[in-house]
Ligand binder design. Structure first.
Ligand SMILES: C[S@@+](CC[C@H](N)C(=O)[O-])C[C@H]1O[C@@H](n2cnc3c(N)ncnc32)[C@H](O)[C@@H]1O
Length: 286
């Protein structure tokens, strides 16, 4: 008769087999380990030397609950409440989009442009977890960074993340750039919602069922927010200032048209690691 695994290694192995039957079989082992570490409050280095330890019986039920959440498709970052962006730690809850690695290209582009200014005023529109604004404030101690979101719940998470990472950011609640209508900036940056609402069914269960709709969808063509934002960004920038936007796959032609129509020049795109145009950048004429 098979006996129940009683070591940490045995439990992780059993969990891996369960998760392998779920929606993300390719990362079953990694998730089984991450959930174990999260529950025990330990790190990977600890795990390497404790695989043969006896697993505490009283935690078996809790581990099973975490595995079930993951098996049902809940993102690992929401279960653990933690993620990393630009080498910094972030708390994430279902009120905020989980920061994506490709958004680091957006940060890179803003950092390069910020070098043109002594003490740039930068505004991040749709800050979510605060990842972009916080990474920028961390790297640019002389910049004045403002972060805006329509969601008060997202802003609460972003404020907590700013504190945690030791950066000072002005957080404002409101629609796009309306909370700073009377101000001017050197750089407007945004990773706005850009998924066409008609694509909802094609999204992975993790995204579709767990991430906030407000962070994802922008009308039937995915361009609804850009249409208003690009226009507002032009007015918010000083002459010679830059707008830097994350864009969705296949949106570069439409974004070029929107930017040009609003009066922007020097329009360029930065590809991601797959070669997809991921970041749009343009300058308000001097
Ligand atoms: C794609 S998420 C990006 C979050 C974060 N900046 C990141 O890169 O992970 C878009 C964010 O925009 C916010 N948002 C959506 N519509 C908005 C609006 N009209 N005004 C301000 N923020 C908005 C959402 O609440 C969400 O936090």
């Amino acid at each position: 008769m098979p006996t129940k695994p009683s070591t940490i290694r045995g439990l992780i192995g059993a969990a891996e087999r369960e998760l392998a039957a779920g929606p993300h079989s390719e990362r079953a082992r990694m998730d089984a380990e991450l959930l174990m570490l999260h529950m025990l409050g330990k790190d990977r280095a600890w795990l390497m030397t404790h695989l043969k330890d006896e697993f505490p019986c009283d935690l078996i039920r809790r581990y099973g609950e975490l595995l079930l959440q993951r098996y049902n498709g809940e993102p690992i970052q929401y279960i653990t409440g933690e993620t990393e962006f630009y080498g910094l730690p972030f708390r994430v809850t279902p009120d905020v989009l989980i920061p994506r690695p490709e958004t680091e290209h957006l940060v890179e582009k803003v950092l390069a442009l910020a070098a043109n200014f002594l003490a740039p005023r930068i505004v991040d529109v749709g800050t979510g977890s605060g990842c972009i604004a916080i990474a920028l404030a961390h790297k640019l101690p002389h910049a004045a960074v403002t972060a805006i979101d329509l969601s008060a719940a997202a802003l609460a998470v972003a404020e907590e993340n700013a504190k945690r990472n030791g950066v000072a950011i002005r957080f404002l609640e409101g629609d796009l750039l309306t909370p700073v209508a009377d101000e001017r900036f050197e750089i407007v940056v945004s990773n706005p919602p850009y998924v066409p609402a008609t694509d909802r069914a094609t999204l992975a269960v993790e995204v579709r069922e767990y991430e906030p709709s407000l962070a994802l969808f922008a009308g039937d063509d995915g361009l609804e927010v850009y249409r208003r934002l690009i226009h507002a960004a032009f007015d918010a920038l000083i002459p010679g200032g830059f707008v830097v936007l994350e864009i969705g796959c296949g949106q570069s032609a439409a974004i070029t048209e929107l930017l040009a129509r609003s009066g922007f020049e020097q329009i360029e795109f930065v590809p991601d690691l797959q070669g997809i145009s991921r970041v749009a950048c343009a300058q308000r004429p001097i």
